[in-house]
Design a protein around this ligand. Sequence first.
Ligand SMILES: C[S@@+](CC[C@H](N)C(=O)[O-])C[C@H]1O[C@@H](n2cnc3c(N)ncnc32)[C@H](O)[C@@H]1O
Length: 221
Amino acid sequence: MNFFHAFYKTKVFPILLDLSMESKQLGKARAKNLVNAHGRILEIGFGTGQSLEHYPQIVQKISTVDTNKILNKKAQFRISKASIDVQNHIANAEKLPFADGHFDCVVSHMTLCTIEDVNAAMKEVVRVLKPGGKFFFLEHGACPDIKIKKWQDRWNPIQRIIGGGCNCNRYIDLIIESSGLKIIELENYHMGDAPKILDYMFQGVAVKEINDRSMGSRLSE
Ligand SMILES: C[S@@+](CC[C@H](N)C(=O)[O-])C[C@H]1O[C@@H](n2cnc3c(N)ncnc32)[C@H](O)[C@@H]1O
């Protein structure tokens, strides 16, 4: 890693990320998405903790994972202000340090775009969810408008560099459904706080069905 890359990654990117995750629209969407979060909750890709203030009051405690120690350091300020107890883990979503069926809910906000092996991470999400458990997601990704999608594909290599590995062209709904979860709520829209190639949203809830015998076989495909 050269000096400029290291400087960007450690000094510039954490500030840009925190600012870009802070919009009013995104805050509203986070709160709406989390309104039914309950019980044992895991948030993957916790970042700088921007979602923390949007959990409903009933939530007293969450577990989180993120791989980025610098972002996690920034998150400590929000954690110290929050009324929620945060069990913070520097860990990889592709290999979650939790037992099978441990959580009632898993949350992912603006994170499925960035996880390198997102299918492996979703397999882990399914593993740690209880049967009947819910996956709350708020993500940006591939736009159905062909012209915008073409620009997303063109821009993506640059996005990956400046966005810390973020991909702007992933088919988020397909990724979630191919993990075996069933999407029960989905809203797609442009957030309006960023260029159209970056703000096409997938917001909703998916469930780990209680007697889904196909789950294991679909995941191992
Ligand atoms: C765009 S940020 C979103 C942060 C936060 N969820 C938010 O909404 O503000 C994506 C986050 O995913 C984290 N991440 C990337 N790959 C990961 C992985 N394999 N496991 C866990 N977290 C990961 C990054 O470190 C970063 O904090």
